[in-house]
Design a protein around this ligand. Structure first.
Ligand code: 5GP
Ligand code: MG
Ligand code: MG
Length: 184
């Protein structure tokens, strides 16, 4: 799907496919340097992290296994509920593993704080976080996010895995929606 196909739904493009890819090249190189000689268990948080997981994992040379977790913190609207629920747990045992959580976006950081505590309680050797996007609110959360793609303004964004009412996840770029989409 491209900008033209989105027609009137899109307000503006915040990050192009090229920008996202170039940043992932840099992050993957950093990850390879940091994890040299080790193996990684990359944990993708469904559904939003599907795109970044696929694009980041393909750029990493370090041996890795992939696992997925689904948690719910947002409904179909645009406000955080503050409630985190496991919809699908990991298949892997985390004992002794170097876990790298891959996230689409950190907003309030509520989901991430909860996830970190949860995964750390399972006896991993290490847990780090990589997120494609980070909003200003996230600065208030006292968690160390090792890899950040882009710091973005406090706006609701869609595309590159991120949805509005389950739509727009397949956009190859990150953009904002026109106001009429929310109100209709
Ligand atoms: P947090 O718990 O950090 O507030 O938010 C975590 C989750 O909320 C993200 O994984 C994502 O699913 C959703 N979210 C937060 N901000 C946005 C946004 O701007 N757009 C979309 N589509 N989802 C968001
Ligand atoms: Mg997420
Ligand atoms: Mg969502």
């Amino acid at each position: 799907m491209n900008v033209d196909d989105m027609g009137a739904d899109l307000e503006r493009v915040l990050l192009t496919e090229e920008q996202l890819g170039a940043r992932l090249d840099e992050i993957a190189a950093q990850i390879d340097a940091d994890y040299a000689g080790r193996e990684i268990l990359v944990v993708g948080v469904l559904k939003g992290a599907v795109m970044v997981m696929a694009d980041l994992a393909r750029r990493i040379s370090t041996p890795l296994a992939m696992d997925w977790m689904a948690v719910s913190s947002y409904g179909s609207g645009t406000k955080s509920s503050g409630v985190v629920r496991i919809l699908k747990d990991l298949d892997a045992d985390l004992t002794g593993k170097h876990v790298l959580i891959v996230e689409d976006i950190i907003d309030s950081g509520l989901t991430l704080s909860w996830l970190l505590a949860n995964l750390r309680s399972r006896g991993p050797a290490s847990v780090e976080i990589a997120t494609m996007l980070r909003k200003p609110e996230a600065a208030k959360v006292e968690v160390d996010v090792r890899y950040v793609g882009f710091d973005i303004p406090n706006e609701f964004v869609v595309g590159y895995g991120l949805d509005y009412a389950e739509k727009y996840r397949n956009l190859p770029f990150v953009g904002t929606l026109a106001p009429h989409v929310y109100s209709s």
